[in-house]
Structure formats: C-alpha cells, structure tokens
Design a protein around this ligand. Structure first.
Ligand SMILES: [Zn+2]
Length: 287
C-alpha cells in the first residue's frame, strides 16, 4: 500500500516538475552553448538559464505561461485545435499524432486568457518542440482567433514567438497564414488594440515575416536568433560574409528593430509595467 502511494506521489511530482519545466533533482545538465555542466537544481532556480554563461534554454509553451502568469489565472482558448494533413504529405499525419502524445499539445501554439500582476491579457505562446514551432493552419488560426478575442474583450495581446517559420508539410496553406495573421493584427491595431511581441530563440522564416514583427512593442530574450533566412543562405545570395552576431537579439536592438531585451526572470516585471502604462487604452472596438 505504502509503495503504491510512494509511486503515485513520485509520478505526481514528476508531472508537476514537467509542467513547470523543471528537471528532476540530482541530474547534471550540460549547456549547449558553453559546454559547462551544472546541477539540475541550479537550472531550475534560474528558469532554464545557464548558471555559467546565461544561455537561455528554450522552454515549452505551458512552462512559459506557468512562469509569467498569475497563479490560477490561466484559461486555455481553442485547446482542441490542431492541424489536419491537407496535402497528405508523406509521414506528416503520423508525426502529428506522435507529437501530440509526446507534448500534450494539439499543435505548436497554446493560446490563453490570463493575467500578470492583475493585468488581464490574451496570450499566445509557440513551442519549438512541436515541429520547430512552425506555423501551419492550426497555429495561424490560433493566432487569428486570439487576436479577435483580444479585440472583442478589449484586452492587450501578448505573443511569445519561437518558430522555424511556415510549415512546409502544409505548403500554400501555411503560407496563407502569414497574410491571415497579419491582417487580423492590423485590424486589431487600427482599432486601438495593444500588441506586445516577445521574440524568443529562435524566431525565423514566415513567423518573423508576419505576426512576430508587427508588435506595437517589440521585446526579445537575450541571445535569441531572430531573422528570416538563415545566415548561410544570405551569405550565398549576397556573396558577402556576415558580421559576427548578425541576427542576434542584441544586434537587432542596436539596429532599432527591438525596444528592449528582457532576461527570463524579468518578463513578469517588464510586461506588467507595459500593461500598467497602457491600462487606459483597453484595446480596440469589437471586431
Ligand atoms: Zn552555458
């Protein structure tokens, strides 16, 4: 009986740790950037930021929401929404099924209502574990519906991007999402809605070229790779060597593309301040 109880308790603790993006205690984890090893407890305490070099390890969508939202304020929107396989792309249907089981997500984005320090907003968070956070029909639809929801409720919209771009397995249906999301955000902004875009590592391709770059306020995590095409493709196209750190959040800040770089432990403080500053402006008229 006791053993059963212990087993159940261990399972619950593991589940809790997974949800919060924590690693089980006692493990050592190597940093992919500096190569140094640190104890799991230290990674956990710093929310998956390397204790040695400050590298920001990508975190899952639910973990991100758990880190920034007020406890108990999370209410998921469109949870059942997932991509189908419109082009019958070889292996895609099976891959979707496998990833849904592995990540517990319907597709590469989670949208939700929630609050930060009591300021309510609509959130969308992309998850790079699900086909590189690529945007297919489901991600595009979730971003669009969340934007419309923010408009209807007159709430600010906050999107955390982390994406390899448009999802090639859905071809033209993916590319169409760029225009669809950009149009929804344009309508929202024209009616006075506030959109805060938060770019995390990596944000590239069709996501950079659509909704991720359209924020009224543009924020990013330190060291995040942000760009359209990869450096190698650009070098081959223009026939020139790119400068060091090209496409990093820091270079983008220097060139006026970003408003601020926000370390992971500062997201709540920075976002709540921005929301407070714009509180008088409750978002657009009903869409
Ligand atoms: Zn490191």
């Amino acid at each position: 009986m006791n053993r059963l109880f212990e087993q159940r308790r261990a399972r619950m603790l593991t589940y809790q740790a997974m949800r919060e993006g924590r690693l089980p205690a006692g493990r050592q984890l190597q940093c992919p950037k500096c190569g140094g090893e640190s104890a799991a407890q230290r990674w956990n305490a710093l929310r998956m930021v390397c204790p040695l070099c400050g590298y920001h390890r990508p975190v899952g969508a639910y973990t991100r929401l758990w880190q920034i939202l007020d406890p108990g304020s999370f209410r998921e929107l469109d949870a059942g929404l997932g991509s189908t396989d419109p082009l019958h792309f070889p292996g895609y249907g099976a891959k979707l099924k496998e990833l849904r089981k592995k990540t517990g997500m319907g597709d590469a984005a989670v949208s939700a209502l929630g609050s930060i320090e009591g300021h309510r907003a609509v959130f969308v968070v992309l998850d790079s574990r699900f086909l590189m956070g690529s945007m297919g029909t489901a991600v595009g639809e979730k971003v669009t519906r969340a934007t419309q929801q923010a408009g209807r409720r007159r709430l600010p919209l906050i999107i955390f991007a982390a994406s390899g771009g448009a999802r090639m397995q859905e071809g033209i249906f993916s590319l169409m999402q760029m225009a669809k999301t950009a149009a929804a955000i344009d309508r929202f902004q024209k009616r006075g809605g506030l959109y805060i875009s938060c770019l995390t590592h990596p944000t590239t391709g069709g996501v950079t070229a659509s909704f991720a770059s359209l924020g009224d306020i543009m924020l990013a995590e330190p060291g995040a790779l942000i760009g359209f095409a990869g450096p190698r493709v650009i070098e081959q196209t223009i026939g020139e060597k790119l400068p060091e750190g090209f496409q990093s959040a820091e270079a983008l800040l220097q060139n006026g593309f970003l408003d601020q770089i926000v370390p992971r432990d500062r997201w709540r403080a920075v976002l709540s301040q921005v929301l407070l500053l714009h509180e008088g402006k409750k978002g657009g008229a009903a869409l």
